[in-house]
Design a binder for this molecule. Sequence first.
Ligand SMILES: Nc1ncnc2c1ncn2[C@@H]1O[C@H](COP(=O)(O)OP(=O)(O)OP(=O)(O)O)[C@@H](O)[C@H]1O
Ligand SMILES: [Mg+2]
Length: 231
Amino acid sequence: MTASDAILNVSDLNVAYGESKVLFGVGLRVAPSAIVACVGRNGAGKTTLLKSIAGFVKPRSGTVSFGGTDLVGRASYDIAKLGVKYVPQDKKVFSDLTVRENLELGSYSTQDYDWERVYGYFPKLRQLLDRKAGYLSGGERQMLMIGRAILGRPQVLLVDEPTEGLAPSIVTHLKDVFRDLSSSTALVIVEQNLPLVCAISSKVYALKEGHIVAELSRGESITVDACERYL
Ligand SMILES: Nc1ncnc2c1ncn2[C@@H]1O[C@H](COP(=O)(O)OP(=O)(O)OP(=O)(O)O)[C@@H](O)[C@H]1O
Ligand SMILES: [Mg+2]
């Protein structure tokens, strides 16, 4: 894949919090309709990478090109509006707002509401629309987070540890959702569940102490063993 085939092209990204450098010359390329995973140990910099793409952390240097537009220096809401949505690791919702209100917030800036798409993937959310989000279970909350992100038809979805702490049945459901979503949305998934990563990804980047140490592609065998070698 050349740089121009990619919908998202991250190049030579350097990120620090104060004096502490966290990402060192990180690069990744995401093709349209691809599922790209990023794996690495706790503290490797995975969340920092997604936040840097989404505009929540400002890189020291480097570029993040989305369909030819450089995202570095843009505000997070601007990046979301362009079609790059971030689903954070902490699953924070607005507890006092209903599920419907929480979902609508995701499309506030674009006024683009594809409700049928959300209900198609997560029928349960339709039944929960009027419930306060603070009462949701962990699995329901994750459905809400992803539902909120896809309500506005993003072109790139950045998902941070979507299956952390969830029961196997919902993990299986999310696996199917991601596979299906990837026909219309490129996905970048940070995930510790290696069997899941290997089942759905077309490319896997291994991040170690802020450096990309491996890039595994389909055909070159994306296996749990291969991933573990780089953790
Ligand atoms: N806001 C912050 N200020 C200072 N240091 C931070 C901040 N956020 C993260 N860090 C540090 O940056 C490094 C990378 O953190 P990051 O959250 O990106 O890792 P991660 O790979 O997502 O880890 P995990 O698997 O635990 O989620 C860690 O050493 C962390 O302590
Ligand atoms: Mg993280």
